[in-house]
Design a protein around this ligand. Structure first.
Ligand SMILES: [Zn+2]
Ligand SMILES: [Zn+2]
Length: 256
């Protein structure tokens, strides 16, 4: 399985993009930088997008990719919980802010919304998908993606602590996880449903207790203004766990 991190942050700037993962060129998870960091020629290779929740940094490029694909007579499946679909149809693809690409063109709409059911494995083209609820807003889900060779990655989406129940359902070789702010933002992270390096450390101890191993670990969704601090603190937890924990960066390529 080849994974390219299109966006590694919670904020867009000249050097940073909002969170977005590309799996085997055909499957995107979240849509924070689907158009800002994917070439026009690569965009039609996309067959499906999995959305974790409706926050703007995760869904912002759904209208933009729909416009580009509609120009190329291509359609795409967009998977989410019902809440996310309603939010996008109400606030973005509503015929006021942008065309209703879920209805246009009439003969073959560009966007096909598909519902995911948490805890049920679903086939999405060449991958098996398992959505698992995490601790963020409303019905936020993380996704485990497994390929035909049995290789799996799990992306936590935005999440706060207490992932014990979530870990019980997944067994990835690669874990891509929220680490939004440094340790001194502990209260903020708990209140808003995010992780700091220390909070991630506790979750990884639980993971190892339950599963007997630690996967390869990549942190995403960093606040760009706080990244140097996060990087130092991540190095400290990696040392404490005697494992590798890396911060993602835009265009990072991973292979499992
Ligand atoms: Zn969020
Ligand atoms: Zn976010």
């Amino acid at each position: 399985m080849d994974i390219r991190i299109l966006g590694a942050h919670n904020s867009e700037s000249e050097m940073t993009r909002c969170v977005c993962l590309l799996v085997d060129e055909t499957l995107a998870i979240d849509a924070g930088s689907l158009t800002s960091n994917l070439s026009i020629s690569s965009q039609p290779k996309l067959k499906a997008i999995l959305l974790t929740h409706q926050h703007y940094d995760h869904i912002r490029d759904v209208p933009a990719i729909a416009l580009n694909l509609s120009r190329q007579d291509t359609s795409i499946d967009v998977y989410s919980t019902p809440d996310v679909r309603v939010a996008i149809e109400t606030h973005l693809l509503n015929g006021i802010l942008y065309p209703k690409f879920q209805e246009l063109p009439q003969a073959k709409p560009t966007i096909n919304f598909r519902l995911i059911t948490p805890y049920e494995t679903q086939r999405v083209n060449d991958h098996q998908i398992l959505a698992i609820p995490v601790n963020h807003c409303d019905t936020t889900v993380g996704y485990q993606v497994t390929d035909a060779e049995g290789k799996s990655m799990f992306y936590t989406a935005d999440t706060g602590p207490n992932l014990r129940d979530c870990w019980k359902h997944v067994s990835p070789q690669l874990l891509i996880t929220d680490v939004t702010v440094p340790n001194r933002y502990d209260e903020f992270a708990k209140r808003t449903g995010h992780l700091t390096p220390n909070l991630l450390h506790e979750e990884l101890i639980t993971f190892r207790e339950l599963k007997g191993y630690l996967p390869q670990i990549i942190a995403v969704h960093m606040d760009a203004t706080l990244e140097p601090e996060i990087k130092n603190e991540i190095a400290a937890i990696a040392e404490a766990l005697d494992t590798s924990v890396m911060l993602a960066h835009e265009n990072m390529q991973l292979h499992i």
